[in-house]
Design a protein around this ligand. Structure first.
Ligand code: RB5
Length: 145
């Protein structure tokens, strides 16, 4: 059983709620760091808080949403040990885990359809890091932090 942390700003709130419901239906435990309404907020603190949950081992993996998927991803990647990529298509939702050992994925509520996002969440969660030649590259990223 994996614990999944979810987070969003106001632009991503509705998608985050739908993702949360979907994850619960699939049997995951969900940690929600907010936001909890469509009232305007800044995305950096939500990306940062969600990332910290993974580093603190309160969650295994994370799913983030803002308007574009960009800002909240940039904020999450400021947390040492977080590797977050944007799930802009199905192949990338898997490749960011296979090659980059991503522990978070982000989505844009204003740039992506919800049904695509929900499918890519499942693709992301079922992907496995391939290791081998990718392991040194990921280790080199961690040395930068
Ligand atoms: C909020 O309007 C918007 O800037 C934010 O959700 C996100 O798209 C930033 O990257």
């Amino acid at each position: 059983m994996k614990n999944i942390v979810v987070g969003s700003d106001h632009a991503g709130f509705e998608y985050k709620e739908a993702i949360k419901k979907h994850l619960v239906k699939l049997g995951y435990q969900v940690v929600d760091v907010g936001t909890f309404s469509t009232e305007s907020v800044g995305y950096p603190s939500y990306g940062h808080e969600a990332g910290k949950k993974i580093i603190a081992k309160a969650a295994d993996l994370g799913v983030l949403v803002c308007g574009t998927g960009e800002g909240i991803m940039i904020a999450a990647n400021k947390v040492a040990g977080i590797r977050c990529g944007i799930g802009y298509d199905d192949a990338v939702a898997s490749l960011i885990v296979q090659h980059n050992n991503a522990n978070m994925i982000s989505f844009g509520s204003r740039t992506m359809d919800l049904k695509d996002v929900l499918r890519r969440v499942e693709i992301f969660l079922s992907a496995t890091f391939l290791g081998e030649r990718h392991a040194k590259r990921v280790a080199d990223i961690e040395k930068i932090c």
